[in-house]
Ligand binder design. Structure first.
Ligand code: GLA
Length: 414
């Protein structure tokens, strides 16, 4: 082909070629650890290295917590060419060395920036430096970017996230892009195109059911955040997840509340990003965070978020279901109330059908009147018989029961 034709073809291609999101990342909800919930701005390379060691020694990494993510406040200044550098006192060995250490432990390395002029803690933002930042992160070996939304006056959210998406794509290193604009601009409507997960709410805080008012914004307890997820499940799926924020397990709530929080996040197909001090966690916290059966429900390959099937408002009970691959189901009963509650669930009489994906076929109708399932209690680690029986149990205050239902027979319709 004449060179001029090749040149013209390339020219046309380059005009029409827009950068795309990096596909194939986060096909199940990302799992990892983030510094913010416990350490806020008090982070340095010693903490991060100790955390990497602890993620390995505690079994967290092997349970799936792969990303070790720095949040706000790692930043130093930009150099005369505009490249960002870490705070030299807190990260004297530099980010490349730290990322190498994290990678040497079989983990991936995540970092934080902001689409505006400054991060929420007043460090340099990426506005106007997106490509340089993406390049610098790639040089360091960054695998995950949480991209925040402070100081973004006059920016469009889809536009700003698209700019960073394109910068990351053009640099070419695979990076999970975590959209963090708190649900303010309906990110579920455009987030799939721009990134791999999007925050749906303001910041979480370690309480069961509270709002903490900070003046211009609030942080929210577990039940408040749960309630804000309503209507969003249809937007999530492999490679694009609703993010109800990083976890508060091990940060001061009761064991029941931590178990409920973790189970609910699993049912919501939420990213499981631990936010506790994993260097000093209790056995109970570790056992909650590494419950492999609960993690398997979160990480299920079908990638369909759970739904609230019914509720008993007087007693604070909610019945949740989540379709799984191979026509299995997860079931959870949440007790929001301050009293233990007895429950009775007669499977045969319950019409559990997925409200958003039922048209996708057979596996989205549990068909309890005709199909029989084995019931496995994922917290008690016990087989409980089949769905032919009526389930009778007690759900403790501020706690859950959670089951995996595996289909064993199905009677043919008459
Ligand atoms: C925002 C985010 C938090 C955290 C802080 C850091 O509030 O929502 O998750 O990243 O900024 O300053």
């Amino acid at each position: 082909m004449p060179r001029i034709v090749v040149f013209l073809c390339l020219l046309v291609l380059s005009i029409f070629a827009t950068a795309q999101k990096q596909e194939g990342l986060a096909l199940t909800p990302p799992m990892g650890w983030n510094s913010w919930n416990t350490f806020a701005c008090d982070i340095d390379e010693t903490l991060i290295k100790e955390t990497a060691d602890a993620l390995v020694d505690s079994g967290m990494r092997d349970a799936g917590y792969i990303y070790l993510n720095l949040d706000d406040c790692w930043h130093g200044e930009r150099d005369e060419n505009g490249f960002i550098h870490p705070d030299p006192e807190r990260f004297p060995s530099g980010m490349k060395a730290l990322a190498d250490y994290v990678h040497s432990k079989g983990l991936k390395f995540g970092i934080y920036s902001d689409a505006g002029d400054e991060t929420c803690a007043g460090r340099p933002g990426s506005n106007g430096y997106e490509f340089q930042d993406a390049l610098q992160y790639a040089r360091w070996g960054v695998d995950y970017l949480k991209y925040d939304w402070c100081k973004t006056e006059n920016l469009s959210a889809p536009g700003a996230y698209r700019t960073m998406r394109d910068a990351l794509s053009r640099v070419g290193r695979p990076v999970v892009l975590s959209i963090c604009e708190w649900g303010d601009n309906d990110p579920w409507l455009w987030g799939e195109e721009m990134g791999h997960l999007w925050r749906t709410t303001g910041d979480i805080i370690n309480c069961w059911d509270c709002e903490v008012d900070h003046g211009t914004w609030s942080s929210w307890g577990i039940l408040r955040i749960l309630d804000m997820q309503e209507g969003l499940r249809k937007y999530a799926g492999p490679g694009h997840w609703n993010d109800p924020d990083m976890m508060e397990v091990g940060n001061g709530m009761s064991e029941s509340e931590d178990r409920a929080h973790f189970s609910l996040w699993a049912m919501l197909s939420a990213p499981l990003i631990a936010g506790n001090d994993v260097r000093n966690m209790s056995k109970t916290t570790r056992e909650i965070l590494t419950n492999k059966d609960v993690i398997a429900i979160n990480q299920d390959a079908l990638g369909v978020q759970g739904f609230k099937y019914k509720e008993d408002l007087d007693r604070g009970l909610e019945y949740w279901f989540k379709p799984l691959a191979n026509k299995e189901w997860a079931m959870l009963v949440l007790n929001r109330s301050d009293e233990d509650q007895k429950i009775r669930f007669e499977f045969k009489k319950e019409d559990v059908i997925d409200p958003d994906f039922a048209d996708q076929g057979y596996g989205f109708n549990a068909n309890f009147s005709r199909a029989r399932y084995d019931i496995y209690d994922v917290w008690e680690k016990k087989e409980l018989g089949t769905t032919r029986r009526t389930l009778k149990t007690t759900v403790k205050a501020h706690d859950v029961v959670m089951y995996r239902l595996t289909k064993i027979t199905e009677e043919k319709p008459h």
